[in-house]
Design a protein around this ligand. Structure first.
Ligand code: PLP
Length: 317
């Protein structure tokens, strides 16, 4: 069951390199078929579910898992059903899940509650859960680590990655270990949703970075092991720092990544690193047009005359 996921670009980041003094590269996971790294794991998880005769694939999601599960379920010709926190997922992700024909359930609760409920649901029905607690998701997602090593010709010194449910950082570490390399893993959580940094679950996680608005990560222990074993770190960045990095990526690097992805860059800018650094830009900026438009300069209205067009397009601000 494939849509051609993986094989995403790894591009140098000259502006970020200049600002940080590191050699910074960006892994553009937004170039996957549904616009996030989730596709790497979903291709394996849905293939396994089909093999095992599942009648439906389900997940709880902050958005991208839903978009990906819905697409692969459509491809597989099986029912997709996703449960998301009501009013809390980015517009593009919602549009994707609906367009792929999944049933979208809006829970009057948060992601952590959605995950708990969907765990009970799979106990009672012949359906496959494709959240990142599904081991096949990790097997697929670890391929990002293989690719980065192949693209650079060796492992980077540091990998910066946003952390939500912590499946991704777990997968990257597994991939690096299987390649027999050990870059430092720098994980970043949003301040309002930073259970791993605080060392305790967060009851009501809040952040503009909806993809990492998670208070009780499913892969807590494994993620902490990855940070420790790699001599890395897990730290918090504020929403303001995330949005600054989001704008910097768009305006200076020509890369439009969603806010959660920008957390990786915000962390690098805030805490620094050394050597060759890869930032994993987990999802495409188009996923969340609302945040982009609330952040960007307004459009300029203009009458159809050359003088006005010239002033509007080329004049001083
Ligand atoms: C899912 C997701 C994350 C977080 O990944 P986890 O495996 O939950 O830690 C980060 N950024 C984006 C864009 C995501 O979709």
């Amino acid at each position: 069951m494939t849509l051609g996921e993986g094989g995403t670009p790894l591009v140098p980041a000259p502006a970020l390199s200049e600002r940080t003094g590191c050699e910074v590269w960006l892994k553009l996971e937004g170039a996957n078929p549904t616009g996030s790294f989730k596709d790497r794991g979903m291709t394996v998880a849905v293939s396994a579910a089909m093999r095992d005769g599942a009648e439906a694939v389900v997940c709880a999601s902050t958005g991208n898992t839903a978009a990906s599960a819905a697409a692969y379920a459509a491809r597989a010709g099986v029912r997709g059903a996703v449960i998301v926190p009501e009013g809390k997922i980015a517009t593009g992700k919602l549009a994707q899940a609906l367009m792929h024909g999944a049933r979208v359930v809006a829970l009057r609760g948060n992601f952590d509650q959605a995950l708990e409920l969907v765990l009970q649901l799979v106990d009672r029905n012949p359906i496959a859960l494709v959240n990142s607690i599904n081991p096949f998701r990790i097997e697929g997602q670890k391929t990002g680590a293989f690719e980065v090593c192949d693209q650079l010709g060796e492992a980077p010194d540091v990998l910066c990655v946003p952390v939500g449910n912590a499946g991704n950082v777990t997968a990257w570490w597994k991939g690096f270990r299987e390649y027999d390399v050990a870059p430092r893993l720098h994980g970043y959580q949003a301040e309002g949703a930073a259970p791993l940094v605080r060392g305790a679950p967060v009851e009501n996680p809040e952040t503009v970075a909806s993809a990492i608005r998670i208070g009780n990560p499913a892969r807590w222990e494994e993620a902490m092991d990855a940070f420790t074993s790699s001599r890395g770190e897990v730290r918090a960045v504020s929403d303001e720092e995330i949005l600054d990095a989001y704008s910097f990526l768009g305006e200076r690097e020509g890369v439009f990544a969603e806010p959660a992805s920008a957390a990786a860059v915000a962390g690098l800018l805030k805490y620094g690193a050394e050597g060759r650094v890869v930032c994993v830009l987990t999802g495409h900026g188009l996923k969340d047009p609302t945040t982009a438009l609330s952040r960007a300069a307004p459009v300029m209205p203009c009458e159809p005359s050359i003088e006005q067009v010239e002033r509007a397009m080329l004049g001083d601000g």
